[in-house]
Design a protein around this ligand. Structure first.
Ligand code: ASP
Length: 652
């Protein structure tokens, strides 16, 4: 236990070459920043001499003072003391002269915080505990102080996974004492420190804070609104520092970075939070490959030393291929089961729904092959897969169970002609006991459905013990060549930005912007890790006229909202581009945590609530007056409706 801390420390305790970098210079002054990694001093400035986890046989005979929480007590003789660094065994004195020390240590409830002073002694032969890093020694206590007593706890600190998440969030300060939360937050801090070092000290980036009180931005996510004291005027919390980082480039900052807090009023999901953190980056005079190499280097440099090193460069995949083969713009490339287009094989089919689909423009037939699916998938799995397809996509999915001699078991088996069968086997590289899932429909929709089923089947197979995705593997992928615009879901005649409205078109497609904007490719790139989008960015439009055209003519946005940016682009704005990495998601994947809430100290619940303090909270009407706003309270029926419409009704 607590060996995590030594793992964490290993990275820090290896002194590396001193790195000194000239960051900025002018005729009159020079600013030199340096960074040196060294062993951290964990007990400076405080009322202890050592941490609980650091004592070893080499400390024998030393007089030490430790502070920590009572983890465990055995027969009023031993006490195990815990701090963030580890555990140590303390021997409770039994002699009459130390009765007061004994009383403190025996009567303090578990999780009380105490200070003990004494001598490091070796454990009697045979009583060493090889599972504890401090297992060869114990502390012979001379004095003890109860620093603060602990009431009966709402849950045991040790049983991290056994309590509901709502309870953990309500008592977050206790939950943070768990080994897992300590590990996650400390690893996060270390990675961020290394990122700073890489960006600022090795590559001359400047850490600039940008405002949190901002104004409404057209397009994009829903924003949180903050009332101001001016009647009818509101701030908005930024979805990201996008405009500011571009303005910093106009301001000649050249290489900007920030650990930036971003806000989107979109409701939480397992991988989303209303407030989240980005490693936000912008550079002048850069192209797509420049940004990609920077990020590869950044991740390689900051990657935890106890994991397999990051291999660079990361592979790249065009968006069209990601959609066609994986049904998503964030493909999990750790396993195959790719989507295959089998339309040509079924042009003369007698199967009604395939015929129907193929008779329409854009109509396709798609399939995935689940290797050994017949062995692992149950009838009820296939039924639920088919139900999912009808419920969510209004599409039919047919299973084909492959058997020897093409004697296949499927509702459509008798309609599949011999050459179609042979074609299927060849294209999908099927073998006996495989299951093929087949669907038909418009290309994008059919791919998207198959992409979801591919992941669903992977989960099902893994639940039955098949290893498809190695948990120790980190598979990075660049997705590139996105379209600049996509049809709006609610009104496909209108276009919206695939990334954001500041993204530059692909240089060779600029002419199409004025004729067929939906065909323009962009200079937008996403970074995917194990099927999760962990970053995205683009080369920006730095020409004011072009930016105006995109906003006003293509996207039909109110350009007045962005007049400051359009104006800035007219004053010698350099070509520039950038990216933002989602720090919470990245940390969640690195630590293997089940949710991003496990890598954030004080996260919100699914409904965006802070369960510990009960934010958001109501404000008395008189306190609302200065803001010139009034609450129009919903009726009971409206409240009911809005809570049942909420995507996730459970509090956590
Ligand atoms: N601001 C963008 C985002 O939050 C990232 C970027 O384009 O740099 O997705």
């Amino acid at each position: 236990m607590f060996c995590w801390f030594s793992r964490l420390c290993r990275g820090l305790s290896t002194p590396t070459r001193r790195t000194t970098q000239l960051i900025w210079s002018s005729a009159s002054r020079r600013l030199v920043l340096s960074s040196q990694r060294r062993i951290p001093e964990l007990s400076s400035f405080v009322a202890r001499t050592n941490t609980c986890g650091e004592l070893r046989s080499s400390h024998l005979g030393q007089e030490v003072t430790l502070c920590g929480w009572i983890q465990f007590r055995r027969q009023n003789i031993f006490l195990v003391l815990r701090d963030f660094h580890g555990l140590v065994q303390v021997v409770i004195p039994q002699d009459e002269s130390a009765a007061s020390v004994k009383k403190i240590l025996c009567e303090a409830p578990m999780e009380s915080v105490v200070q003990v002073s004494g001598t490091v002694i070796s454990r009697p032969p045979g009583q060493e505990n090889p599972k504890m890093p401090t297992g060869e020694i114990e502390i012979k206590v001379k004095t003890a102080k109860l620093l603060n007593s602990c009431k009966k706890l709402p849950f045991e600190i040790k049983d991290f996974m056994k309590k509901t998440e709502a309870l953990r969030l309500q008592y977050r300060y206790l939950d943070l004492r768990s080994v897992q939360m300590q590990y996650n937050l400390r690893l996060r801090s270390q990675m961020v420190m290394k990122m700073r070092e890489y960006l600022c000290n090795l590559h001359g980036f400047v850490d600039v804070e940008t405002p949190t009180l901002f104004k409404r931005t057209p397009g994009g996510a829903k924003e949180f609104v903050i009332p101001s004291r001016e009647p009818g005027k509101f701030y908005s919390l930024p979805q990201s520092p996008q405009q500011f980082k571009q303005l910093l480039m106009v301001g000649g900052l050249d290489r900007y970075f920030q650990v930036a807090r971003c806000y989107r009023d979109e409701g939480s999901r397992p991988d989303r939070q209303p407030e989240f953190t980005q490693i936000d980056i912008e550079m002048s005079f850069v192209d797509q490959t420049g940004i990609q190499s920077l990020i590869e280097g950044l991740l390689q440099y900051s990657w935890p030393s106890d994991k397999d090193p990051v291999v660079v460069p990361f592979p790249s995949m065009p968006f069209a291929e990601a959609l066609a083969s994986y049904g998503t713009d964030k493909p999990d490339t750790r396993f195959g089961m790719k989507i295959v287009d089998i339309s040509d094989m079924f042009r003369n089919t007698e199967v009604g729904f395939l015929q129907d689909a193929l008779s329409k423009p854009q109509g396709t037939v798609k399939a995935i092959c689940i290797h050994k699916g017949a062995k692992y998938l149950k009838r009820k799995d296939i039924e639920s897969i088919r139900k999912f397809a009808t419920d969510h996509f209004n599409e039919e999915v047919l299973p084909i169970f492959l058997k020897t001699n093409e004697n296949w078991n499927s509702p459509v088996a008798k309609f599949i002609m011999e050459e179609q069968g042979l074609g299927l086997v060849k294209l999908l590289e099927t073998q006996e006991e495989d299951v093929v899932l087949l669907t038909a429909g418009e290309h994008k929709r059919a791919c998207s459905l198959m992409g979801k089923l591919r992941l669903e089947c992977a989960d099902l197979l893994e639940a039955r013990g098949v290893v498809l995705r190695d948990p120790a593997l980190f598979s990075f992928l660049w997705v590139v060549d996105f379209p600049l615009f996509l049809p709006k879901e609610e009104n496909p005649q209108e276009l919206e930005s695939a990334h954001h409205p500041f993204t530059a078109p692909h240089p060779s497609d600029i002419h199409l912007l004025y004729t067929e904007p939906h065909k323009v490719r962009s200079q937008h790139y996403d970074l995917v890790l194990n099927g999760n989008e962990i970053g995205g960015g683009s080369i920006r439009i730095h020409n004011s006229e072009l930016q105006h055209y995109v906003l006003a003519t293509v996207l039909k946005e109110d350009v007045k909202l962005l007049s400051h940016l359009l104006q800035a682009l007219d004053y010698g704005a350099p070509p520039h581009g950038g990216i933002a990495l989602g720090l919470d998601r990245l940390m969640c994947l690195v630590t293997g945590a089940p949710s991003i809430r496990d890598v954030i100290a004080f996260p919100k619940s699914f409904r965006g609530h802070d369960l510990m303090s009960n934010a958001p909270d109501s404000i008395p009407p008189e306190e609302l007056k200065p803001y010139h706003i009034q609450v129009s309270w919903p009726t009971d029926a409206e409240t009911e409706k809005s809570s049942s419409n909420h995507p996730c009704r459970s509090e956590s």
